[in-house]
Design a protein around this ligand. Structure first.
Ligand code: 3PG
Length: 316
């Protein structure tokens, strides 16, 4: 018997590693495509409240169709599930719209450099709102994250306060979303994919009235006409692409969250940002000064140091 276990375990482990590797590669690739189309759409049609709403609407529709056609099994939920989901959805909505507003004002790479500071927000929120304490190396690892983000921000050629604040608000909101989702997914019977589907639907209901109040159909109609006259009828496919890829990358990320610890997830998320930053700088020819790139590199290095000391002190 023990011999059987010895023979089977390495196979199972490598299959699991391969599965997570495929999830991660798919998640990053989908995210890069989303970020490119999202920015192309925002450049021609600067209405981030509508584009954020459309991404949630598209994901919700895709999941409703999958459930109705039995491609995916619909989850069995009760009132308690939706009540627990509500704070997660509020945080997801704020984080999503704030990141999109940010990307409508600044380069995609800048938004993601600031968003690589998310672990710092996570530690500060846990410390000051939840009263958790951390070992000294964890606090020290925040210094390069905060310092690197600050250096990148002050040397950003196209700095914009709304763009900066949007990314900061998104960081704060997503930390709360992750804390609430961890609680909501504990002992759950709903899979990662369906959990994210329900989250999209609730966020859509929350965001729609705000999008109408902030921007509204009049602005959208005029902006749409302008975008179509600049880009041509293909513009609609850009909007479809940003919406579909937004749902897909989030769905895959929630599916991988099912398999791994939140810490491994956050390391994966930082590596995702590196691919987005590099791809968007190349595609949009974003001007980068050496000192600006240095700030980004320090911030990302800080995130890796944070993950290392967190693993050692088991901060998960
Ligand atoms: C959004 O629009 O929700 C953001 O682009 C999300 O950013 P993240 O998933 O990379 O944190």
């Amino acid at each position: 018997r023990p011999l059987d276990i010895n023979i089977e375990l390495p196979d199972e482990q490598s299959a699991q590693k391969l599965k997570i590797g495929i999830y991660f590669a798919t998640w990053w690739a989908l995210n890069v495509v989303f970020n490119i189309y999202n920015k192309k759409v925002l450049n021609a049609f600067p209405y981030p409240w509508l584009t954020s709403t459309l991404s949630l609407a598209c994901g919700s529709l895709m999941m409703l169709v999958s459930w109705a056609s039995r491609i995916a099994e619909a989850p069995k939920t009760d009132l308690d599930f939706w009540k627990t989901l509500f704070p997660v959805a509020v945080a997801h909505t704020i984080g999503h719209v704030a990141a999109t507003v940010s990307m409508s004002k600044v380069a995609v790479s800048f938004t993601h450099i600031i968003k690589s500071g998310e672990p710092a927000f996570s530690v500060l929120v846990s410390r000051f709102f939840l009263g958790e304490t951390f070992p000294l190396p964890v606090y020290l690892s925040l210094l390069p994250i905060i310092g690197g983000c600050a250096l990148a921000a002050v040397t950003e050629l196209n700095f914009n306060m709304i763009g900066f604040m949007g990314a900061m608000i998104s960081n704060l909101a997503f930390v709360f979303r992750n804390i609430f989702s961890k609680k909501g997914m504990k002992g759950k019977s709903v899979s990662g994919m369906n959990y994210y589907a329900c989250l999209s639907m609730m966020s859509l209901l929350i965001l729609t009235p705000f999008a109408i109040a902030v921007e509204g159909p009049k602005m959208w109609a005029a902006g749409w006409e302008n975008a179509v006259s600049q880009i041509g009828p293909n513009f609609v496919w850009w909007v479809v692409a940003q919406s579909v890829f937004y749902h897909l990358y989030n769905q895959v990320s929630y599916m991988s969250l099912d398999q791994i610890s939140p810490l491994t997830f956050s390391i994966g998320n930082t590596m995702k940002r590196i691919s987005v930053i590099v791809a968007s700088i190349i595609i949009f020819h974003t001007p980068v000064q050496p000192v600006n790139a240095l700030g980004a590199a320090i911030a990302i290095l800080g995130t890796f140091l944070y993950s290392q000391v967190s693993i050692q002190s088991l901060v998960v």
